[in-house]
Every structure is written in C-alpha cells, then in structure tokens.
Design a protein around this ligand. Structure first.
Ligand SMILES: [Zn+2]
Length: 52
C-alpha cells in the first residue's frame, strides 16, 4: 500500500491523513494511536534504533 505508513512503535500500518504524527530528527512519523505517540515521545530513540 503506497499511501500507508507504519507506526514505529508497534509496526501497524497507519493512514498518514488521519493518524497523529510527530517530527523527530528531521522526519515525520505517524502513529496508530495517541498511546503509541506518547510512548514515542517519551523515548523516541528506543523505537528508532531498530533498522527496518
Ligand atoms: Zn502503534
């Protein structure tokens, strides 16, 4: 699905148009829920250290 993004916290596919987002390190990340957004904000590096 070309138009979807993945939630970096849980790996779920998310719709960029209707999901919460956060800019970090020059990139914009989209989240499946505010819970995942909050988790990312608390410890962003723990979710970005894994390579895809
Ligand atoms: Zn998520």
């Amino acid at each position: 699905m070309a138009d979807s993004e993945r939630c970096p916290v849980c790996g779920m596919q998310v719709d960029p148009d209707s999901s919460p987002s956060e800019s970090y390190g020059g990139k914009t990340y989209h989240f499946c829920s505010n819970d995942c957004l909050r988790a990312f904000q608390q410890e962003p590096q723990s979710y970005l250290s894994e390579s895809e």
